[in-house]
Ligand binder design. Structure first.
Ligand code: SF4
Ligand code: SF4
Length: 125
């Protein structure tokens, strides 16, 4: 059953990218290399004194791992799609960031994780 992840999509990647917000310096190297433009600067974090951090639109990430390879600060982890919600919930950043964006971040990640688990179970049959 396809859940709230939205439209049915083709097979999900085995891994998705999660940015550890506390390690991200906002250098934007990952934005430059992502082939599907699914990394964005988190709105409201662009303050001259502290810079900004970036996040990933998981619904569009194809799991290519280019961003992980290019990040100079080791701030990106490729995590199993079936476990992505846990990693997103613990991605760090300002204390209120994940909590205030729970639906958009964690709920979507959970939907993708469930869909990935269903897809993996179906291919094993
Ligand atoms: S490359 Fe790494 S440090 Fe630079 S913006 Fe992306 S996640 Fe942040
Ligand atoms: S894994 Fe690939 S598609 Fe996903 S955010 Fe990184 S560069 Fe973009």
């Amino acid at each position: 059953m396809a859940k709230a992840a939205g439209k049915p999509r083709k097979k999900l990647p085995k891994e998705l990218a999660v940015i550890r917000a506390d390690n991200c310096t906002g250098c934007d190297a990952c934005i430059e290399v992502c082939p599907v433009d699914c990394i964005y600067k988190v709105p409201g974090t662009e303050q001259p004194t502290i810079g900004h951090f970036c996040d990933v639109d998981l619904e569009r990430c194809i799991g290519c791992a280019l961003c992980e390879r290019w990040c100079p600060w080791d701030a990106i982890d490729m995590v199993p799609t079936t476990e992505v919600a846990y990693h997103v919930a613990n991605k760090g950043g300002p204390p209120e960031y994940v909590e205030q964006n729970w639906e958009r971040l964690v709920s979507i990640a959970q939907s993708l994780a469930e869909l990935a688990a269903e897809q993996q179970a179906a291919t094993k049959k």
